[in-house]
Design a protein around this ligand. Structure first.
Ligand code: 26V
Length: 818
């Protein structure tokens, strides 16, 4: 008779090989005598998946038994990238698999490259969610992530003649071994219809009679922790037509039309919105939000009711984290379920709401705050609109008692925005109904308290906290930079830093050690070679390994000022052109690398991409320049491209106008990889400087508190000649396309330089000169690089998550026994 433990899969080389061949034959359905790299990857992934599932089951059973308070992390976006390497490393079986594969004649790294990225998000916010899931699992927190399983992820960026084109990312084409379809875990999600008053047991109550219904199907994505058996769940919902989809159409007699109509249901989870700037009041986007919220809330209630009867215990078992306002309809939905389905009084339901929600905002600009037109909401979710109105009525009444009849302030704080188009302010709803409002860096939190949410801060100072963002060192060092990982472990004498990042500080003791310097430089070289090979394969351009690899990769946005970088490059080019032979010898060679996607409708951002290509075309083909300066645009920047680019960078640029980047997380990945930062004092950079010291960062530009005054000066501000000269070069057609670039130049000259490129230009050039100077002093540069990595510990998402657990969610670790 088999013992229960005997069924567990074994990790010795023979068992692993058998497993892989088994999956080649029976899962991939190829002959075990003949299969290619992609098929080998699929079989490998399934063997890994089997092991993952064992731990995931054990964790879910353990959580069920212990019944701890759980955090439910609601996010409309998760940028997971590839999974294979991350999973085998977290499971601690990477080397075993690599050995087993090599005996079968395959290389683990080559197979890992076969995997496509899961790009179910736009940028910073979405990758942060992915890093935080890794930390939640690693720190043994009882957490569940909820999101949407988009069929089309973020568009693929293709560059044709220097222009960005968008192509659909049908990422599920080749199957997805990392998800588990749960056809039995489905919930109905309802839309439209009307609300009527009815009497139940003598009491008046609201009844919502919906007009459309779709089915939400669960797809589970196990997320393993590192150095623990804990494997948590990321549950993504997909939309399917329900048997009662459109309650009308089956009675109309047109069978074919009715079936075609049903297919519309699937469109809800079909596509990720690619513009992360503003909200356009699109019905499909609102449908996505409610679809995901409704399914998640039903799932949370089902789990709670499995073991609990009294709703007063709900806040002891449930913490709901709103990742920005995108999931904030959850507030109205939980309220609706408590009132209309569980028949709690308003008072009891409201009391629960106030204890369970926490809200994190990821933006600094008022335009970034989500607003939903009342008409749209009222049509799609009539009962929710009523509830939001009721919440607002109670809030405003209370507010009047506290602040009197200060109408301006009451108007600003109201959830409902009056005007030609009446809107629901989702941020106000979230702040009012959450017990905690978090910013994502110290500066961001200060801006929230003094600007964006000042009225609310004055009322409820205790609600406002901040958790400076972090990134997971498992993905951003261990997976993406294995040579640096090995080097760090060697010098620290332990691998414990992979779970306990604070140990990284130990590298400081060796910051001037000659032997470490040699090894450190070797690692950077290996990574630069990998990046140089990628650049050559992609663009045909050969770059010199002796040059400084200078990288700016992130979404293209005016406030991130990629344009400042390009203007700096033009200036550098112009300077070199005007130098004599002797001076040219002193130039520090650079390979400037820019990458990132522009939202499809963001015209100015698209022009920046074209400008980058036009300038690159000119510089890279100028024989006079040679290796002194090269400019490369890396297309289709995503998580896996980042994993290759970041370790190969010497310098990275973070140029946002101070006060505009809520936090920034790319900089943290570069820092961990011993890459020096050239940056403005914005977002979490300020805290990074505190950790590694002013001397180890090239800081420049106006400070956040100076920006408003600089803008006011506007036309009276004198811009430096150097700035006018490079803009003139663009205007004069030095790089061609002068008509096309005119609007770009107009945006930064005269009164309209909102992001202060002109004002910051000289300071930027000085920082660049300082970077050049440091780079030629190899010893100094290497020391700065070591100190950057050594001081990056605070920017691990492990620290962020622990702070959330302790100060916001009030949850405890729940570790699955081995
Ligand atoms: C907004 C929208 C609006 C229209 C619909 C689609 C969509 C998707 C996302 C967003 C919000 C983007 C906010 C965001 O990514 N913020 C970034 O969050 C990072 C993590 O906290 C932070 O490091 C960055 O500074 C911040 O810009």
């Amino acid at each position: 008779m088999l013992g229960l433990m005997d069924v567990f899969l074994k990790n010795d080389p023979i068992s692993l090989q058998k497993d892989i061949l088994h999956h080649v034959e029976y899962t991939v359905a190829r002959s075990r005598f003949s299969f290619d790299d992609f098929e080998a990857y699929q079989a490998l992934a399934h063997s890994v998946r089997d092991r993952l599932i064992e731990r995931w089951h054990d964790t879910l059973i353990h959580f069920k038994k212990e019944d701890p308070k759980r955090v439910y992390f609601l996010s409309l976006e998760f940028l997971m990238g590839r999974s294979l390497s991350n999973i085998v490393i977290n499971l601690g079986i990477r080397d075993q698999f690599a050995d087993a594969l090599s005996q079968l004649g395959f290389d683990f790294e080559v197979l890992a490259e076969q995997e496509g990225d899961a790009c179910l998000g736009n940028g910073g916010l979405a990758r942060l969610s992915a890093c935080q899931m890794d930390s939640l699992a690693t720190l043994d927190y009882p957490a569940v992530g909820y999101g949407l399983r988009y069929q089309y992820g973020l568009f693929r960026q293709v560059i044709v003649d220097g222009f960005q084109h968008e192509q659909p990312d049908y990422w599920l084409n080749f199957g997805n071994p990392w998800e588990i379809e749960r056809i039995h875990i489905t919930y109905p999600v309802k839309f439209y219809g009307t609300v009527t008053d009815e009497f139940l047991n003598g009491e008046k109550c609201k009844v919502w009679v919906p007009g459309e219904m779709v089915e939400a199907v669960a797809y589970d994505n196990p997320i393993p922790g590192y150095g623990t058996r804990n494997t948590i769940n990321l549950r993504l919902w997909a939309a399917k037509p329900s048997d009662q989809h459109d309650m009308e159409s089956f009675n109309t007699g047109d069978y074919v039309d009715a079936v075609v109509n049903r297919q519309r249901a699937e469109s809800i989870s079909s596509i990720l919105y690619p513009d992360d700037r503003s909200y356009q009041g699109k019905e499909l986007r609102l449908k996505q939000q409610y679809f995901f919220v409704s399914a998640s809330v039903q799932d949370i209630f089902r789990r709670f009711k499995d073991t609990h009867k009294k709703f007063d215990e709900f806040p002891e078992k449930v913490a709901l984290q709103l990742n920005d306002t995108h999931p904030s309809l959850a507030i109205a939905e939980v309220m609706r379920v408590l009132l209309d389905e569980e028949h709690l009084s308003w008072h009891r339901a409201w009391d629960i709401i106030c204890k369970i929600f926490s809200f994190t905002t990821h933006t600094v600009s008022p335009e970034g705050l989500e607003k939903i037109p009342v008409d749209l909401l009222g049509n799609l979710l009539p009962r929710h609109l009523q509830i939001i109105y009721d919440i607002n009525f109670n809030f405003v009444e209370e507010l009047k008692k506290m602040i009197g009849l200060d109408y301006d302030r009451l108007t600003r704080m109201s959830i409902v925005e009056e005007g030609a188009v009446k809107n629901i302010r989702m941020a106000n709803l979230s702040v009012i109904c959450s017990h905690t409002v978090n910013g994502v860096s110290r500066l961001h939190s200060e801006l929230l308290r003094t600007k964006l949410f000042k009225d609310f801060y004055d009322l409820w100072p205790h609600k406002f906290q901040y958790k400076t963002n972090g990134v997971t060192q498992r993905r951003w060092i261990v997976v993406s930079n294995p040579s640096l990982c090995a080097l760090i472990s060697k010098w620290l004498g332990t691998e414990a830093w992979i779970r306990d990042i604070d140990l990284l500080i130990g590298l400081r003791d060796y910051a001037t050690n000659a032997e470490l310097h040699q090894e450190w430089k070797m690692v950077k070289k290996v990574n630069k070679i990998r990046l140089a090979e990628y650049i050559e394969a992609m663009s045909g351009l050969k770059v010199s390994l002796d040059a400084m690899f200078d990288v700016q990769t992130k979404r293209i946005h005016e406030y991130k000022r990629q344009l400042l970088n390009i203007l700096g490059i033009i200036h550098r080019y112009d300077c070199i052109k005007n130098m004599d032979k002797n001076d040219r010898k002193k130039v520090v060679p650079r390979v400037c690398i820019i990458g990132g996607k522009a939202a499809p409708g963001y015209e100015i951002a698209k022009k920046v991409i074209k400008l980058c290509h036009a300038v690159a075309e000119k510089i890279n083909n100028d024989n006079d320049i040679g290796d002194l300066l090269k400019l490369v645009f890396i297309p289709d920047y995503n998580v896996s491209v980042a994993e290759m680019v970041i370790p190969g960078a010497d310098l990275s640029q973070h140029l946002s106008t101070a006060g505009h980047e809520a936090s920034g997380t790319g900089s943290m990945k570069f820092l961990m990889n011993g890459c020096l930062l050239l940056a403005t004092a914005d977002g979490s950079t300020i805290e990074m400087v505190e950790e590694i010291g002013q001397d180890n960062v090239f800081l420049f530009g106006a400070k956040a508190h100076e920006v408003v005054a600089l803008r006011k000066k506007g036309p009276t501000l004198k811009v430096p000649l150097q700035f006018s000269r490079v803009v003139r070069m663009i205007r004069d057609g030095h790089f061609g396309f002068e008509d096309y670039f005119k609007s770009l130049c107009d945006k930064i000259e005269g009164t309209s330089d909102y992001f202060l490129l002109g004002a910051d230009f000289m300071s930027y050039l000085e920082a660049q000169a300082a970077a050049d100077k440091a780079f030629v002093d190899e010893e100094r540069w290497t020391k700065m690089s070591i100190l950057s990595a050594a001081g990056s510990g605070r920017f691990s998402s492990d620290r962020t998550i622990q702070e959330y657990a302790e100060n916001t969610w009030d949850i405890q670790p729940c570790r699955c026994p081995f």
